[in-house]
Write a protein that binds this ligand. Structure first.
Ligand SMILES: Cc1ncc(COP(=O)(O)O)c(C=O)c1O
Length: 387
């Protein structure tokens, strides 16, 4: 049997002129990924080492410490899952939900629905409270729902990337303690860019991603589990039904035992180590302030251009802004044009906001005054051609 039989015609015909990869220049101002910091890319390009190499083992400890800083937590079980944000999201559910248990999901956008889907797959008795896409839950609404449903877990999204809403968190953790349930929080679009205090807010389980506020490419999903969730994990009746994401197994690798679990994506961890170092060098509060200042500059500039924002200012995320597409404008044609002509990526609306908003991300390395000025100039220059 000759190799030729397995060579599709299209590959054979192109084999002679297949070149080494060359990627286009893009300014990623959509919902993520955001552009990675050049130093992070340099770190990723270092030659790999073994996943049990003493150098790498030390680096793992540094990544954990730096993640604790970024999240403002002392949680022992804080580590990056090998996978994207959704893997870390699934890890929070897989490790905390047992079949038949009541999980209350506060849904105010696309990613709340993903939490519902995941919890259902882990056979939770899922209860839902909902707000319109563009709103957040009040403390009273959360308390009423906890009282009515008496769940063992409340899951919610801090920074809803589909709407641009930041859920106010003060007091929610106290309510969860009062009604004896765990608090599970999605911090995918807030980590590094929006004030976030896992311990102060009494969050028991949290997850995030590498590709937004941390200025790293996609591929890792930071995960954190507090002592109450850990105690629950230890008392489980059944094994965690997902081998890859089982924190009790992963902890044998990330904890002091250093037992092989899976071959870690070492280069991605070089990257996140550098990304987190850069965040610590800038200082968490400075990073939060930078995101807020640049977002305000964007909001004012859009307002000057006569554009409306979807979310009231007190609930707006500094990392993700939803802009209402004016009547008569083909939003998709406009963003396609910006990408083709200017190499700038914007996001479109998801779910009930599809076709109604653009999503502009200013995250991590991309949250700069220069990028804000650039995108405003493009709106000013190009939008009149689409009305
Ligand atoms: C709020 C939120 N949660 C979860 C996810 C899923 O993360 P990932 O796409 O990295 O799997 C995203 C992705 O953008 C998100 O914005």
């Amino acid at each position: 049997m000759s190799l030729k039989q397995y060579l599709p015609e299209v590959v054979e015909s192109r084999q002679k002129d297949l070149k080494a990869i060359s990627t286009p220049e893009r300014l990623l101002l959509g919902p993520g990924p955001s552009n990675a910091h050049p130093d992070v890319l340099k770190a990723i390009a270092r030659p790999p080492v073994g996943h049990l190499d003493p150098f790498y083992v030390d680096l793992m400890g540094e990544v954990q410490e730096l993640l604790r800083y970024a999240w403002q937590t002392k949680n022992r079980l804080t580590l990056p899952m090998s996978g994207t944000g959704s893997a870390a999201m699934e890890a929070t559910i897989a490790n905390s939900v047992e079949p038949g248990e009541k999980v209350l999901v506060a849904v105010k956008g696309y990613f709340g629905h993903r939490l519902v889907d995941m919890a259902t797959r882990y056979q939770a008795d899922v209860q839902i409270i909902q707000k319109d896409w563009g709103e957040a839950f009040s403390l009273e609404e959360v308390e009423e729902a906890l009282l009515n449903h008496r769940p063992s877990i409340l899951a919610m999204v801090h920074a809803e990337t589909s709407t641009g809403v930041c859920q106010p968190m003060e007091g929610i953790g106290d309510l969860c303690r009062k009604y004896d349930c765990l608090l599970l929080l999605d911090t995918v679009t807030s980590l590094g860019g929006v004030p976030l205090f896992l311990d102060e807010w009494k969050v028991d389980l949290a997850y995030s991603c590498s590709q937004k506020g941390l200025s790293c490419p996609p591929g890792l999903g930071p995960f954190s589990m507090g002592p109450r969730a850990e105690a629950k994990l230890l008392k489980r009746k059944n094994k965690v039904p997902n081998w890859y994401l089982d924190v009790s197994l992963l902890n044998q690798y990330w904890g002091s035992d250093r037992v092989y679990h899976h071959t870690a994506p070492v280069n991605m961890n070089f990257g996140i180590r550098e990304a987190l170092r850069l965040l610590a060098e800038e200082g968490l509060e400075n990073s939060w302030n930078r995101h807020q200042m640049n977002a305000e500059k964007l909001w004012n500039g859009l307002d000057d251009l006569g554009l409306k924002l979807h979310v009231p200012e007190h609930l707006r995320l500094p990392t993700l802004t939803t802009v209402v597409i004016p009547d008569g404008v083909d939003g998709k044609a406009f963003s396609t044009h910006l990408l083709r002509k200017h190499g700038v990526e914007l996001g479109g609306g998801l779910g009930s906001l599809a076709g109604k908003v653009w999503r502009i991300g200013l995250m991590g390395y991309n949250s700069t005054a220069k990028n804000v000025e650039h995108i405003l100039r493009l709106f000013e220059l190009e939008l009149p051609n689409f009305s």
